[in-house]
Design a protein around this ligand. Structure first.
Ligand SMILES: [Zn+2]
Ligand SMILES: [Zn+2]
Length: 248
């Protein structure tokens, strides 16, 4: 095996395959993907290293994470919030389809297994008591408990939603932050390393405020895991129908 590696390295030196994009052939700065920036965008490996959402720009972070202070250490999602995921989440939230918690959690477990996160416990984004009573359950809580059936960590309710807030999707960045300011309260003893769970990440503002609250109460590390995340898209390329769906 060692011999083959040496031979491969010599071949690499003589015929480097990392100075032209492996797809379009244009000359590039050597990078470990072997792709130019445009081709890399096209196959969708362009995600924000902080929040994990698919992003548009070429920097390490999406717009949201580069313009707002981020309190969670890392966030990742299993899938993009597109047609299929929208349907699944909608049925879970508004159609009483609690059986969807199991398959959704399987997707999230895959992400967790690939991560290098180690956590002391799992918690979830809480709903206001009144809304939870009306729906009959909090889907994030169901997912968190299901997740804990598969990993070696307990599930604790560490947050309470103390104020009723308007739907985040209808607000701009500043309004979102104001809307959430002080909306959550930490309860109980705070473990050091926490995995925060929710169904969908839209801009990350809710997860961010939850992480801020947990850290203020003594948590050292907060990772966030969601089933789906809304990709960052250039505003002009976003079809109107999509916007309507996000704002439902
Ligand atoms: Zn290319
Ligand atoms: Zn981000």
């Amino acid at each position: 095996m060692k011999k083959r590696r040496v031979i491969n390295e010599i071949i690499q030196l003589l015929y480097p395959d990392d100075i032209k994009c492996i797809v379009c052939g244009r000359e590039i700065h050597p990078n470990r993907y072997g792709l130019c920036s445009e081709c890399k965008l096209d196959i969708n490996v362009n995600y924000c290293i902080r929040c994990g959402r698919h992003k548009v720009g070429m920097g390490d972070h999406c717009d949201e994470c580069s313009q707002t202070p981020v309190y969670f250490d890392e966030a990742r999602s299993a899938v993009n919030y597109d047609t299929v995921a929208k349907d699944v989440v909608h049925r879970l939230k508004y159609g009483g389809a609690r059986y969807l918690v199991k398959p959704i959690t399987q997707f999230m477990l895959d992400v967790l297994l690939l991560s290098d996160w180690s956590v002391d416990c799992v918690t979830f984004v809480p709903m206001h008591k009144k809304r939870e009573r009306k729906r009959g359950y909090n889907q994030a809580k169901l997912i968190a408990f299901e997740l804990c059936d598969h990993i070696d960590a307990p599930c604790y309710a560490l947050l309470e939603k103390s104020a009723e807030t308007v739907n985040q999707a209808k607000l701009d960045r500043t309004e979102r932050l104001e809307n959430l300011n002080g909306a959550f309260k930490a309860t109980g003893d705070m473990p050091e390393r926490i995995l925060l769970v929710d169904d969908v990440m839209t801009t990350g503002a809710t997860l961010n405020e939850c992480a801020r609250t947990l850290k203020k109460a003594g948590a050292k590390t907060v990772y966030a895991l969601t089933f789906a995340s809304v990709p960052e898209r250039p505003l002009l390329d976003t079809p109107q129908t999509d916007i309507a769906l996000f704002r439902r």
